[in-house]
Structures are given as C-alpha cells and as structure tokens.
Design a protein around this ligand. Structure first.
Ligand SMILES: NC(=O)c1ccc[n+]([C@@H]2O[C@H](COP(=O)([O-])OP(=O)(O)OC[C@H]3O[C@@H](n4cnc5c(N)ncnc54)[C@H](O)[C@@H]3O)[C@@H](O)[C@H]2O)c1
Ligand SMILES: CC(C)[C@H](C(=O)O)[C@@H](O)C(=O)O
Ligand SMILES: [Mg+2]
Length: 358
C-alpha cells in the first residue's frame, strides 16, 4: 500500500519551469522505487500569475499550497515586471507564501560536493572541511516591516522598518540551537549589534536561550565580519543563525564556496511538517529558455522536501548521492571550465534519474 502525498508545484518564472521539471522527473523515479505516490498540483505564482490573473499570488495558489503536504517552487521574478508597482511585483508571491504558510525558518545547507572545489574562487585548502548551514529567519525583519514612500515639504522619502518581536527571534534561535546540537555543536549568531537596536535585542535573546543548550558553543559575529570570514575561514562555521536580510545575502555568498549558486537548495519550515522547498538562486532571466540552467539546486531541494516534510531520509540521501555522482561525471554550463563540454538542464536531470535507477 503506497502512501499518497500532495505536492504543490510552483514553477514560477524564468528558469523556474525548466528546473522544476527536472526535480519532478526525479520525484517520479522515487515513486517507482519507494512505497509512495505523489499527486502533483501545478499552480501559478510570480510574474506568470500577474500576466495570467493580474495578481502575483492568486487565491487558488495559496489554497493549493495550504492543502498540500509540501510545496516545490522554482523561482519568481524577472525584468518584465521590474517596473511594476509594489503590489504587482512577483516577489510579493514568494513573501506572501512564506508568511501565509508560517514558514519562519529557512535552512540553507552549504555542502561542498567533492570535485567542485576547482569551480570555487577559493583555494582547495581553504575549502577543505566546509560544511555549514545558514538558518535564516524568513517571515520578519525589514522584509515585512512597514514600508513608506511619501512626498513632504523637504522632499520625497522612502523607508522600510526593520522590526522583530521577541517570539520571532526566540523560535528561530531555538531551532538553530537544536540544529547545532545534531551537527558539530557550534552556533554563530550573526547581527549588526554595534549599530542596530534590533540586533542588540537579537543578541540578548541568543544569550538568554544559550544555557538551555549547554552542549552548543555559541559565538556572536557582526555581519560585515561574517561576510569576510566566510571567504577566509569557511570551514570554521557550523550553524549560522541570522535575521532575514543578512541571511539572504550571506547565503548567496556562501553558495560560491560550493562552486555555483546552481547547487544550493533550501527548505522553508514552520511549526508543522509542511514546508516550501526552493533553490536559493532566482529566476536567472539571463539564461532562461536556453536549456542550460543547473537543476541541481532544485533537485536537492526535492531531497530536502522528502527529508523534512515526508520523513523519507533514505530517499533524500539517495537523491543527494545521485546528484553527487552525476556531478563527478558531467557539468552544467555554470560549472564547466572554459572550453569544457557541458550538459543541458534536461540531460542533467536524466542522468540523476539514471543514477537513481541503478
Ligand atoms: N526564490 C526566488 O524566487 C528568487 C530568488 C532570488 C532572486 N529572485 C528573482 O530572480 C530575478 C533575477 O535575480 P538575480 O539575477 O539577481 O539572481 P539569480 O539568482 O536569478 O541569478 C544570478 C546569476 O546566477 C546565475 N544562476 C542562477 N541560478 C542558476 C542556475 N540554476 N544555473 C546556472 N546559473 C544560475 C544567473 O544566470 C545569473 O547570472 C529577480 O527578479 C529576483 O528578484 C527570485
Ligand atoms: C526574491 C527575493 C524576495 C528572495 C529573498 O530575498 O528572500 C530571494 O532572494 C531568496 O533568497 O529567496
Ligand atoms: Mg536571495
């Protein structure tokens, strides 16, 4: 008897549909070997939803996501909608999904895949031992505080409020500590406490919670220093916990330790098992429609979906090993050296499926 799971698919814009198609292929292969069945419901969000329905996050998309066991998202956004007024911006869909589904915790694991060191801009000896995870607060901070744009007698101004409530910091900090307990027991809390009141508050809360996790060694680091240390001593990090915007920026930086942003998956989680899974990268409009996007981050996000929402750890590991194996044989264009041959998005996906069927 197979267990059936509902998966909401939100391919989105740009390379989104190309990379989600490859992750779906991989999940369908998992169906063949495990006692599960997936029912996929494809819905629209982002620019494509603005074009079709006049809004970035249609009700039907949100309802489908709410009813699903998990959501797999490609990416949203692109230059076509860049000049749109704020309520008609594709990113609204993403932020709306995260907020409405209560997905306050964004896990961005940065794992070095053997053989990829050569594609990083850093030396192999600096990269040796890199295995970290960014735990990014996802539904608070400057992304969600009040926004203003006003014309005054002194001229026009714009503002974005960076606000954090105690419970929002507490829950993400608890989560980061417990993740650290199951890893190398080292937590770096990243803030800008020398300038921001919200960061001083964040630091106080981390200090207050730390005694509940005596086996975890915690340190605080200012975000500008962290940006530098990630390139200088990346292997000294285990778990990084930080607020929404710092986490966004640091995770793109950390992606380059692995060789390409096309390799970095993410899981957005809340209180229950429901999660939204998406690559860390965006819709890559510069390469959309060319069949050259790296689908690995999305395929690895599907692995995180199996792990975190469906409790299928073994299947998740199988996908991760298959991706590693394929990367040891072929590269997509983002990872190929100059004049080195590369495989298409589709061929990469096919090879992962083939590696899984062996
Ligand atoms: N989760 C999301 O939906 C998400 C995340 C980030 C950015 N965005 C949106 O995407 C749009 C483009 O943003 P951007 O250009 O700043 O960032 P981006 O991540 O889309 O692209 C940055 C660079 O990385 C490359 N790249 C990204 N993913 C790749 C992949 N899988 N394979 C190979 N190369 C890849 C792109 O070609 C580009 O050169 C914007 O509208 C932005 O708001 C969406
Ligand atoms: C598109 C944008 C709103 C989004 C974010 O900043 O959270 C993206 O950069 C990400 O990292 O998921
Ligand atoms: Mg980002």
């Amino acid at each position: 008897m197979k267990t059936t799971y509902q998966i909401a698919l939100i391919p989105g814009d740009g390379i989104g549909p190309e990379i989600v198609a490859e992750a779906v292929k991989v999940l369908k292969q998992i169906e063949r070997t495990e006692s599960v069945q997936f029912e996929f419901s494809e819905v629209y969000a982002g620019g494509i939803a603005i074009d079709k329905f006049g809004e970035p996050l249609p009700d039907n998309t949100l309802t489908t996501a709410r009813l699903a066991d998990a959501v797999l998202l490609g990416a949203v956004g692109g230059p076509k909608w860049d000049q749109n007024p704020s309520h008609l911006r594709p990113e609204k869909a993403l932020l709306g999904l995260r907020k409405e589904l209560g997905l306050y915790s964004n896990l961005r694991p940065v794992t070095l895949i053997s053989g990829m060191e050569a594609r990083s801009t850093l030396k192999a000896e600096v990269l040796s031992g890199v295995d970290l995870i960014v735990v990014r607060e996802l539904t608070g901070g400057i992304y969600f505080g009040e926004k203003k744009r006003e014309k005054t007698a002194q001229g026009e101004f714009a503002s974005d409020l960076l606000i954090y409530h105690e419970h929002e910091i507490e829950r993400i900090v608890h989560q980061a500590f417990s993740i650290a307990q199951n890893r190398k027991k080292h937590l770096t809390s990243v803030d800008k406490a020398n300038v921001l009141e919200s960061s001083r508050f964040w630091r106080e809360i981390v200090e207050r919670i730390a005694p509940e996790y005596p086996d975890v060694q915690v340190n605080h680091m200012l975000v500008d220093n962290c940006a530098m240390q990630l390139l200088l001593r990346p292997s000294s990090f285990d778990v990084i916990v930080t607020e929404n915007m710092f986490g966004d920026i640091l995770s793109d930086e950390a992606a380059m330790l692995t060789g390409s942003i096309g390799l970095l998956p993410s899981a957005s989680l809340g209180e229950g098992t429901k999660g939204m899974y998406e690559p860390v990268h965006g819709s890559a409009p510069d390469i959309a429609g060319k069949g050259i996007a790296n689908p690995a981050a999305t395929i690895l996000s599907a692995a995180l979906l199996l792990r975190h929402s469906l409790g299928m750890e073994t299947a998740a590991q199988k996908i991760e090993s298959a991706v590693q194996k394929v990367l040891s044989q072929v590269r997509t264009a983002d990872l190929a050296a100059e004049n080195e041959e590369s495989v298409s998005t589709q061929e990469f996906g096919d090879r992962v499926v083939a590696a899984l069927s062996k």
